[in-house]
Write a protein that binds this ligand. Sequence first.
Ligand SMILES: [Zn+2]
Length: 356
Amino acid sequence: MGKLFIMKHEHVFKDETNRYSRQVQFKPIRENGLEKIKAGRVLVVGCGGIGSISSEILARAGVGYLRLVDRDYLILSDLQCQMLFDENDVREGLPKAIAAKRKLRKFNSTVKTEAHVQDVNRNTIEELTADIDLVMDGTDNFRTHYLINEICVKNKIPWIYGDCSGATGETMTVIPGITPCFQCVFKTDNKAEKSRRSENEGIIAPAVSVIASIQCAEALKILSGNRDNINKVMYSIHLWENEFQVIDVAESRQRRDCPVCDYHQFNYLNGKYGTTYASLIGNNAIQLIPFESSEINLMEAAIELSTHGDPLYNEFVLRLKIDEYEIALFRDGRAIIRGTSDVAIAQDLYANYIEN
Ligand SMILES: [Zn+2]
């Protein structure tokens, strides 16, 4: 009996220059640009729809280091537009950041990846953006867009805003000190999101793909040393209504009165803005009142929260112990968090257990 050998074609990886030959043929990049891309360190915030596409494109393009952060784990409904993942990832119930890291390694094992399963908030963002050259935004709420904007302006890190909903999407590139920032363009903090988006809009994958692809082109320009080519407008698309808008944002810098760019007021980083108004009650409890109140069904909330403990509830209030804290949730969304006098801890508990 002869032995059976399975050819593995390992030799094709010996000459690594082959991997990027087509990208190097592209004149604005060439060898020099590729070397810069390989030296690039990028943070991908959110590994859902947008982040799943942008991390794949950047890994294939040879970005040397990708830090991936996402607080969520995979469920079946994610597969429709989160291109990096498959049914096995859902079966394993993997956190998105971990599944993304595993998948990216299969596309390009030379790229160094680091996965963080955590929430992006004012307590975590400083460390997540440390030693990073560029931040790719793949988040879906304005609070996080503002937060990313503040840390990037503060530490002069370029970032690329992206947001999708339904068949629509927007993207804009922010080079702190050079282009308008997110706050320059979206001046009205907490009201902005509400006016632009209704909760149950759903999403279609093509909108995500278009926005993520534009963001990646911007990333390659910045990383390869072609900053002159960056997009200085905001793109706004509506794929169902066939609208492709180019919005001039330059005038938003003319008055030079941006709280973030000009006055360095970092209200999200400093905890002044969250999704809730916080106030201290007594010496060891914090009351949080949501900016946008809505009637909460406490029985349904109790069922959902029963995975985290044994919630007690009546028709007025639900109480749940989490470690040394107790969350008391009222029907109007207001909560009292006992066991802390730290607003950030209270807001994080609220964000993790009540908002999600
Ligand atoms: Zn600004």
